[in-house]
Write a protein that binds this ligand. Structure first.
Ligand SMILES: *Cc1c(COP(=O)(O)O)cnc(C)c1O
Length: 656
């Protein structure tokens, strides 16, 4: 029974208007307090009625007079004391909701998601499997399909190669899941070959005749092989099928471990992962966790702040020559430090070319930050929008390379997206989505047949046993409810959800213009510039006081500026005018020449950039708050921020 509408529902008739947007968030001032309160009270009562209606004939177990007992009152008082203390302490929290917060990747929360989460919490569903979450497991699998559609993956669960996605605690675990799946898929054909089954399975032996070939199939060939193997098993007697299953299982990397597997296949090297030099540290964590080791993470240089596709090409050529297998190439859609968009199109092109040369690997896009920007590129019918359509009313976005990157998402093998970042939902909601669900069977703790018998063919039935496939065990069904409801209220296309990231791009463009104006206004006391053209909604600003030529000194100055922009639990929140963050620029990201040009623009001496200081410290601003430009009151918090920053810079200049 499907009590929920499916992802193919007709979309809302009209685009999301600014007036409709007013109902989306609790608001910087808590403007929508009565709306949220109404929803919380309504659904809390609804929950209580549900409890009562389970067996209304059961009398209340807690006596009706219990609340008058002194011991009850004492405990209530203790509870209140602790809650008051907590509530008081939480006042020192970071004011993510405020348009004065332009630091890290956090902002206000979308009401439909927040309300759905609060509504679901007292039911406490556990999305480890449908027995513990008959409703919300379904919602989680559907969230996977909603995201798949946004990314351009096949999203019809009745079709064979449909995508699959699930939620995780965050992008870190989603990235880990991508590594786990890629390794399972890469090593499976080797196990199949070692078990001797490939010879038995008609046709499969055509695919490879040594370990190197088996370890280097393309993702699609690997998936086809898994499917062929399952179909072949179905033709055997139950005894034979079990015998072969056990034999293949005993050869799998998941059974043998890395040591066992590679010592059994001495001609194979441990595969490596390519990622850009600014990749999030979750990649290092993931390789350590998987046991492949941090040394297998090869960081590629960037060119103009994006992964250098030529460097990837050269690295892959070296791999072919050295017979060095590659597990995965990672592109980042919205780098954590700089918000830049890697050339996903060129990465998948390289994959296709090297696959033809016998070097198969998977392509994963870490879109923890930028994933939801894809809504701007999607029509309500699911088709891709042209660059001109996406860019209507915007100054630079999307650059040609940026559009090409988003257009290529459907050709990648898996993607990480964080609903708790640009999806404006509570932590922890990350998501992993793979293009073809058929690979997932390799991750299951027990073969599908144990659970589902022949019915395992049914997509929804299979993935309701979510715990079989995910790295975690017990997990919050309330998160799945939040993401699902948010996606239903604001469908993931440009006319609906896409209006939110569009606001962020508009804000970033306004921010950049204002930075250029500030540079002009401050030219008597400081050099200020936007060091690289932003790809999306993160804008960095580099600053140096006039007269200084030393990079280390400039870095110290920017750190001092940043001290006033960062969270400081020791001081009252209200003394803080704005929140910003800080990052660095290095030659490895920018290229030597461009870095020199920026140093020049700041009147810094390039020779002062030495071994001790190999980077330039810059301010970093995440422009995701929907109220940065408050049209209602005619206030631009972007203007106010630059007024504030200019005041600080002038004060330092006077003191110097
Ligand atoms: C935030 C981020 C991550 C990690 O995600 P968490 O949700 O913090 O675990 C990974 N990659 C990128 C690009 C990110 O921006």
């Amino acid at each position: 029974m499907d009590t929920f509408q499916t992802p193919s529902d007709p979309p809302p008739a009209n685009a999301l208007t600014p007036q409709a947007l007013h109902a989306c968030f609790l608001g910087p001032y808590g403007e929508n307090d009565t709306l949220l309160e109404k929803l919380v009270v309504e659904f809390l009562r609804d929950h209580v009625y549900w409890r009562r209606n389970f067996h209304p004939e059961d009398p209340p177990a807690i006596p009706t007079g219990a609340a008058q007992h002194p011991a009850y009152l004492e405990l209530e008082a203790r509870m209140r004391r602790e809650l008051h203390a907590l509530s008081a302490a939480l006042k020192r929290s970071v004011p993510f909701h405020s348009p004065r917060y332009i630091g890290h990747m956090a902002s206000d929360l979308l009401l439909p998601g927040l309300a759905a989460q609060l509504l679901t919490l007292p039911y406490n569903p556990n999305n480890v499997c449908e027995d513990a979450a008959p409703v919300t497991v379904d919602l989680e699998v559907k969230v996977g399909l909603q995201l798949a559609r946004m990314l351009g993956y096949p999203a019809d669960p009745d079709k064979r190669g449909c995508a699959f996605g699930h939620l995780t605690s965050g992008g870190t675990v989603a990235n880990y899941q991508a590594l786990r799946l890629a390794l399972a898929l890469k090593a499976f054909p080797v196990a199949l070959r070692a078990s001797g089954v490939a010879v038995e399975m008609a046709g499969a032996c055509d695919a490879f005749d040594d370990d190197w070939q088996a370890f280097n199939l393309s993702v699609d060939d690997g998936i086809a092989l898994v499917e062929q193997w399952q179909q072949w098993l179905a033709t055997l007697s139950p005894e034979d099928a079990t015998r072969w299953r056990v034999r293949v299982q005993s050869e799998r990397i998941e059974t043998l471990g890395l040591t066992g597997f590679f010592s059994r296949h001495p001609t194979l090297r441990v595969p490596c992962v390519y990622a850009p030099v600014t990749a999030h540290y979750s990649w290092s964590k993931g390789l350590k966790l998987l046991g492949l080791g941090r040394a297998q993470l090869s960081l590629l240089p960037e060119r103009d702040m994006r992964l250098d596709a030529d460097a990837l090409e050269e690295a892959l050529q070296r791999c072919v020559r050295a017979r060095q297998p590659v597990l995965m190439a990672v592109g980042v859609l919205g780098t954590t430090e700089h918000g830049m968009i890697d050339p996903v199109d060129r990465i998948v092109d390289a994959r296709d070319r090297f696959q033809a040369q016998g070097l198969g690997f998977s392509v994963h896009v870490d879109a923890a930050w930028g994933g939801y920007l894809a809504t701007m590129f999607r029509n309500p019918d699911g088709s891709l929008r042209t660059r001109a359509q996406v860019g209507e009313g915007l100054e630079n976005f999307p650059g040609e390379a940026v559009h090409a990157a988003f257009a290529a998402l459907g050709r990648t093998d898996s993607v990480t997206v964080d609903p708790h970042k640009l999806g404006y939902l509570p932590y922890g909601a990350g998501a992993f989505v793979c293009r073809d669900h058929r690979a997932m069977t390799l991750l299951s703790e027990e073969a599908d047949y144990v659970f589902n018998g022949p019915a395992a063919d049914d997509y929804m039935t299979r993935f309701r046993q979510l715990g079989q496939y995910i790295p975690e065990g017990s997990k919050a069904g309330a998160s799945a409810a939040a993401v699902y409801v948010m996606h239903k209220v604001l469908p993931l296309d440009h006319a609906q959800f896409g209006q939110l990231p569009r606001q962020t791009v508009l804000a970033a463009e306004a921010f950049r213009r204002r930075a250029e104006q500030a540079a002009h206004e401050l030219s008597d006391v400081a050099h200020l510039c936007v060091p690289f053209a932003p790809d999306s909604n993160l804008v960095c600003v580099a600053i140096n006081l006039a007269g200084n030529r030393d990079v280390e000194h400039a870095n110290r100055f920017v750190r001092t500026l940043h001290d006033d922009l960062r969270c400081d639990p020791a001081r009252p929140l209200q003394v803080k005018e704005f929140f910003g963050s800080m990052t660095t620029l290095r030659a490895a990201s920018l290229g030597e020449r461009r870095l020199r040009r920026i140093l020049g623009a700041l009147d810094l001496d390039p020779t002062s950039m030495g071994a001790a200081t190999d980077h330039l410290v810059i301010l970093r601003h995440t422009l995701m708050n929907p109220y940065l430009i408050d049209a209602n009151n005619g206030i631009s918090y972007i203007d106010r921020y630059f007024d504030y920053l200019s005041g600080r810079i002038r004060a330092f200049a006077r003191a110097a």
